[in-house]
Design a protein around this ligand. Structure first.
Ligand SMILES: [Cu+2]
Length: 405
């Protein structure tokens, strides 16, 4: 793939148009269509219908009788985003009035090894270089103000669709940035819960970017924090932010994973692999083993962990082996949490929060309890928990021994 077929390098006059996004969206479609004409001839129809959607959404956004947003009463703060599995510094209960939370993300394209054993690799399309992209945390009533930058040496155009936001394709129509461009989007967090965000640059490029890692989560906390069904406060000691990623990595005629020189080179092969709907990998945080062994998550007996599980593309069923979901917010923080669950459900295109207080030391595997995906395809993380064993809860009464018949 050369940059010349990347629509992002084509100069247009789109910025002469108010908001820019009408043509940006349309250009994205044309671009994706042009690319697919070269690499995957049957994509045109899909891209054309997506183009209509983009155009309609962006036109709605540019209807200019809209009043300017009233930003009085908001305090501006910056949130330093950090790489997963960690969470940015935040308050569990909001102090003061609503905030405008300023964040910056870069759309970074980078070659990542997905499985060292097989050499499987992917040109990951990322927010800030990680799969998943960083966790963003705000409170209901805050505004998130994102500066989205696409570095000049990128091969592709990118944008972001925040499921937590309202309007204009979740911001997808207003954040479409070509290499060398930046855009700033502000949206109000009106619904409390955990939500996916992902890149959605149009047509077949939408699943292509999402299946190459371009997704992450926002947590919108209630202003007065999390509560159980009786209204009692629930607090956590730490957050484990886990992004589940399904990859569809092309193989050669010998069954070996293919290597590509540049981001986007795998486009036609990937589309073909994606059409099988059969992932070659389901991994946590980008790669096999990203959260096991030396990279395992850590906790102590008595500590409460909030596990945030993001899956932008596909259903999942997290299960903490040896533990439970004491409180699980499968849908939103508006609903009372479900309690004492063995396995919970993450709808594809969703992020879910589950809270657990460790009661025993040891290694806990956190898996997708489709165990084929959890074990064979990679969706396993480990918590290593220190502390005192409690024989009341479990005891090996007799160690394995031969028995006489
Ligand atoms: Cu993208």
């Amino acid at each position: 793939m050369t940059k010349s077929i990347n629509p992002g390098t084509a100069k247009t006059s789109r910025r002469n148009v108010l908001w820019g996004s009408v043509l940006a969206g349309a250009a994205a479609m044309t671009g994706a269509g042009a690319m697919s004409a070269v690499r995957a001839p049957r994509m045109t129809g899909i891209n054309a219908s997506s183009a209509k959607l983009y155009k309609a959404a962006a036109e709605k956004a540019v209807e200019t009788t809209a009043k300017p947003a009233n930003l009085s009463g908001y305090t501006r703060v910056k949130q330093e985003l950090v790489a997963p599995p960690f969470a940015p510094a935040h308050e569990q209960v909001a102090t003061g009035g609503p905030k405008i939370i300023e964040i910056t993300m870069e759309t970074t394209e980078r070659l990542m090894v997905v499985d060292e054993d097989t050499g499987a690799s992917v040109w990951a399309l990322t927010f800030n270089g990680s799969v998943p992209g960083p966790l963003i945390i705000c409170h209901e009533g805050d505004m998130v103000e994102l500066t989205l930058r696409n570095p000049a040496d990128s091969m592709m155009e990118h944008n972001i669709d925040f499921h937590a936001s309202t309007g204009a394709l979740g911001g997808g129509g207003l954040t479409h940035v070509y290499p060398g461009e930046e855009a700033v989007l502000r949206w109000k967090a009106t619904k409390p819960g955990c939500f996916t965000y992902h890149c959605a640059p149009g047509g077949a490029m939408i699943p292509y970017h999402v299946a190459h890692g371009m997704n992450g989560a926002v947590m919108v906390l209630p202003r007065d924090g999390l509560k159980d069904k009786d209204g009692n406060p629930l607090r956590y000691d730490s957050i484990a932010y886990i992004g589940e990623q399904d990859y569809y990595l092309p193989k050669d005629e010998n069954g070996e994973y293919k290597y590509y020189e540049t981001a986007g080179d795998d486009y036609a092969d990937s589309i073909e692999a994606m059409r099988t709907l059969t992932p070659t990998h389901c991994v946590f945080n980008g790669a096999v083993g990203a959260l096991t062994g030396e990279n395992a998550l850590r906790a102590k007996v008595g500590e409460t962990v909030l596990m945030i599980h993001n899956q932008a593309n596909r259903d999942s069923r997290p299960h903490l082996i040896g533990g439970h979901g004491n409180y699980v917010w499968e849908a939103s923080f508006t609903e009372s949490p479900m309690q004492d669950m063995e396995t919970w459900f993450v709808r594809g295109g969703c992020a879910v929060a589950a809270m657990y207080t460790f009661e025993q030391p040891g290694v806990y595997a956190y898996v997708n309890h489709n165990l084929i995906e959890g074990v064979l395809l990679g969706a396993t993380a480990h918590f290593v928990v220190d502390g005192e064993w409690d024989n009341e809860l479990m005891e090996q009464v007799v160690a394995p021994r031969a028995f006489s018949t």
